[in-house]
Design a protein around this ligand. Structure first.
Ligand code: AMP
Length: 281
């Protein structure tokens, strides 16, 4: 596995792959890898000859400096996991390399970024779409894999790729859960035992709502009410949002459609923002 920390070195490797006619698939990450990330690597492996993983905690998508500073990092362990998974190259850029002095060019997606993760975090999606574009330009992958864990981000990247006619196939990776049902996240290490128990109510509520949906319930208010009710009297937790949305447009709907609906939520538990979502089917 090649570990590459300069754009020039990566470009040289990429050119050799082009000469050899290799198909390249890419998995962008912020590191502190878990099985959720590695499941995306497996999807990339099935799609291509060479898999590239980037590890970059992108400052442009954090609007809270404390969150950026406390984001967990463990490069050595990450590299070992990726090597064991047969990854061809890991790209480790620095912020200075990605945002060179005088940087003033940004990529923005309008409507899809205004809600949910976008509304309380100004600039977040602009940071995501800009770094994904930069990485696509450097890595030049044929395909890239994004997790359904960050469903809004996935839709934003799909929209951007289609709108800008970027020659990259976007592949979706299903949300990977811990055995307990909690959505795997690098941020889960910041949850102590009590917080983790509260966090489990997120996935439990979503699955309860899905059962209600399967039993015929279509009212978004009733479906989202299940999670709200479960968190109503819990201290140190805040439901940022819980919505039933149309998967395509991410617009909130009052009545869940029979097909193509999804519940999206973010709950803050003991200061840790936890995202989860579940298709209503
Ligand atoms: P991150 O390192 O959190 O920026 O995530 C990198 C990629 O891994 C994104 O496409 C995420 O959606 C995806 N990802 C993170 N956690 C999971 C998970 N539990 N299941 C599936 N994909 C995930």
């Amino acid at each position: 596995m090649k570990v590459i920390d300069s754009i020039e070195a990566f470009r040289a490797l990429r050119e050799s792959w082009t000469r050899e006619g290799k198909r390249v698939s890419f998995v962008p990450t912020m590191g502190y890898l878990h099985e959720g990330h590695l499941s995306l690597v497996d999807i990339a492996q099935n799609d291509a000859d060479c898999v590239v993983v980037s590890i970059f905690v992108n400052p442009a998508q954090f609007n809270n400096p404390d969150d950026l500073d406390s984001y967990p990092r463990e490069a050595e362990r990450d590299l070992k996991l990726l090597e064991d998974r047969g990854v061809a190259a890991v790209f480790l850029p620095t912020p200075e390399m990605m945002y060179s002095e005088g940087h003033q060019t940004w990529v923005t997606v309008d409507d899809l970024t205004q809600r949910y993760e976008g509304s309380g975090r100004p600039g977040h999606f602009r940071g995501v779409t800009t770094v994904v574009t930069l990485l696509f330009n450097i890595i030049q992958p044929h395909s890239a894999v994004f997790g359904e864990k960050d469903f809004q981000q996935l839709r934003v990247v799909e929209r951007m790729t289609a709108d800008l006619k970027l020659p990259v196939d976007i592949l979706r990776g299903p949300l990977f859960r811990e055995e307990s049902g909690l959505a795997m996240s690098s941020r889960n290490v910041r949850l102590d035992k009590v917080a983790k128990e509260k966090a489990l109510l997120i996935n439990q509520s979503l699955f309860e709502a899905r059962r209600a949906f399967q039993d015929g319930e279509r009212s978004s208010e009733k479906l989202t009410g299940i999670l709200r009710e479960n968190f109503r009297n819990l201290d140190n937790t805040t439901v940022d949002y819980i919505s039933v949305v149309c998967e395509d447009t991410l617009e909130a709907v009052e009545t869940a459609p029979d097909k193509g609906g999804r519940m999206l939520t973010t709950v803050e538990v003991h200061g840790v923002r936890l995202l989860d979502n579940l298709a209503l089917e």
